[in-house]
Write a protein that binds this ligand. Sequence first.
Ligand SMILES: Nc1ncnc2c1ncn2[C@@H]1O[C@H](COP(=O)(O)OP(=O)(O)OP(=O)(O)O)[C@@H](O)[C@H]1O
Ligand SMILES: O=C(O)c1ccc[n+]([C@@H]2O[C@H](COP(=O)([O-])O)[C@@H](O)[C@H]2O)c1
Length: 194
Amino acid sequence: MPHARPGQAIGLLGGSFDPAHNGHAHITREALKRFGLDAVWWLVSPGNPLKEHGPAPLEARLARARQVMRHPRVVVTDIEAQLGTRYTAETLGALFTLYPGVHFTWLMGADNLAGFHRWERWEEIMGALPIGVLARPGDRVAARMSPAARAFRFARLPDARSRLLARSEPPAWCLVNVPMVDASSSAIRAAGCW
Ligand SMILES: Nc1ncnc2c1ncn2[C@@H]1O[C@H](COP(=O)(O)OP(=O)(O)OP(=O)(O)O)[C@@H](O)[C@H]1O
Ligand SMILES: O=C(O)c1ccc[n+]([C@@H]2O[C@H](COP(=O)([O-])O)[C@@H](O)[C@H]2O)c1
């Protein structure tokens, strides 16, 4: 498990990373800058609980992720495999116990906010930690209009105040309009490059 000191602000980017690509690396660098984070941990998932087809083997996805994301403040991890968790709510519960005093922020692309209300215990997650959302081509409107965004409209931090997010009391979320990179794992798989 990676190291974190109490008081540090750590962003968590969960994903299938099947495979990792430049879009992931780009939003990670933007999240570090825009949300005032000390570090970001990639949580390479054993498998998205909502996806029917399992991803490529975890070892292969981790190896690719480590090639794609080389940054002194980013750690590529298999934390969920180590913890034996699959649902994000479970993973977070375990991390809060293991890292008391660490300020975790959950990171996601705008497409994930659009479907966030289908996640297990999503309202609890909203109440448990700040959520940083990064623009993704084609998904900003769906994200802003999503059931989760509407239900938690009162907890939205404006883009201009994004640097306060990591240390905000949850529920708190912020959608930042970063420059967008049009890359996706499904396009890479469809092109037969993985
Ligand atoms: N180009 C991108 N711009 C913004 N966010 C992204 C981008 N690519 C991935 N993300 C975000 O990174 C996280 C992990 O994404 P994931 O590993 O599912 O990749 P993906 O490209 O979305 O995969 P797929 O195409 O198979 O759905 C998600 O929160 C997703 O929204
Ligand atoms: O907990 C859930 O119900 C849940 C449902 C869908 C996705 N997630 C998490 O969302 C992250 C992004 O998943 P994916 O497959 O879109 O890359 C990853 O960490 C998943 O474990 C979590």
